[in-house]
Design a protein around this ligand. Structure first.
Ligand code: BTN
Length: 274
């Protein structure tokens, strides 16, 4: 057995459910464990958000059309990683929710810490280890009525990418099997349950606290803060010094002596030094 060995078993709902607090078990209205599906986010948006009662969660062993940010594909080989979409109804505005995806990155990074993996976050919502992508977060919304938003929180977590399809990944990446240093077997179902419990806790808290407590945590994990960054926004390239994020989760960068803030929708960040 090497550091992080992964048991090659299918996801087991009983094990996932066991990781939830009793209150969360009662709160969760529906779950689906799919063998193969186009995208858990698409399923959660089109089935859970339109027809079902929330919260509801979908996991899949494999996604044939996994969605990444900015229209990219999320490579999703069978039974080695975690693909999870949690649909949740928030009584908050879109503006209040715009930094939630950063908070999801924080809870994923914290969960990695419990496995001894020193993960960082990179704005807006990448989870990295030494600059290599370990997990990605994609939020998609379905507006129900004014003041109520059904949001799908999609998380893709690389657990063990031993499949040949990794050739399709167009950026530096890593997985937990490579990063877990202690001798331990990673039980994907237990990990999936821990991830679900952590994201459900975040959603419950977020309505009460907003982004504030997660902003402080973000800054502890942030790979960009105090680094020179290269930003592409609306096809314009900016170089500057990142000073972190503001209370709304927007990226703060000093460019030519003055501060500019960038919002998630239209910016890419590339580290020029790290
Ligand atoms: C990114 O580009 O970094 C975001 C990737 C998000 C991938 C996850 S996997 C589960 C969920 N279903 C999808 O189709 N996408 C998200």
């Amino acid at each position: 057995m090497t550091g992080g060995d992964v048991e090659n078993k299918s996801l087991d709902w009983r094990v996932i459910n066991n990781q939830l607090q009793q209150e969360q078990r009662l709160q969760l209205k529906q779950y689906r464990l799919e063998d193969e599906i186009e995208s858990t986010n698409e399923m959660a948006l089109n089935v859970f958000c339109k027809t079902g009662s929330l919260p509801a969660v979908c996991f899949a062993e494999k996604q044939s059309c996994g969605r990444g940010r900015n229209g990219r594909n999320w490579v999703s080989p069978r039974s080695q990683n975690i693909y999870m979409s949690l649909a949740w109804q928030f009584n908050l505005s879109i503006v209040e929710l715009q930094s939630l995806s950063l908070a999801v990155g924080v809870v994923v990074a914290e969960l990695m810490g419990s496995y001894g993996v020193g993960a960082s976050v990179k704005w807006p919502n990448d989870v990295l280890v030494k600059g290599k992508k370990l997990a990605g977060v994609l939020l998609e919304s379905h507006i129900k009525t004014v003041g109520k938003i059904n949001l799908v929180i999609g998380v893709g977590l690389n657990v063990s990418m031993s499949d040949s399809s990794v050739e399709a990944i167009d950026q530096p990446w890593t997985d937990m099997a490579a990063e877990v240093k202690a001798l331990q077997i990673i039980d994907r179902s237990k990990l999936a349950g821990e991830l679900l419990a952590a994201v459900m806790t975040l959603c419950s808290n977020y309505e009460k606290t907003g982004f504030h407590p997660y902003r402080k945590k973000w800054l502890n994990f942030d790979i960009c803060v105090d680094s020179e960054v290269r930003i592409v926004a609306d096809n314009v390239v900016y170089n500057g010094l990142c000073t972190g994020i503001d209370s709304q989760g927007a990226l703060r960068v000093i460019i030519d002596g003055s501060e500019k803030v960038f919002y998630a929708a239209d910016v890419n960040v590339r580290l020029t030094a790290n």
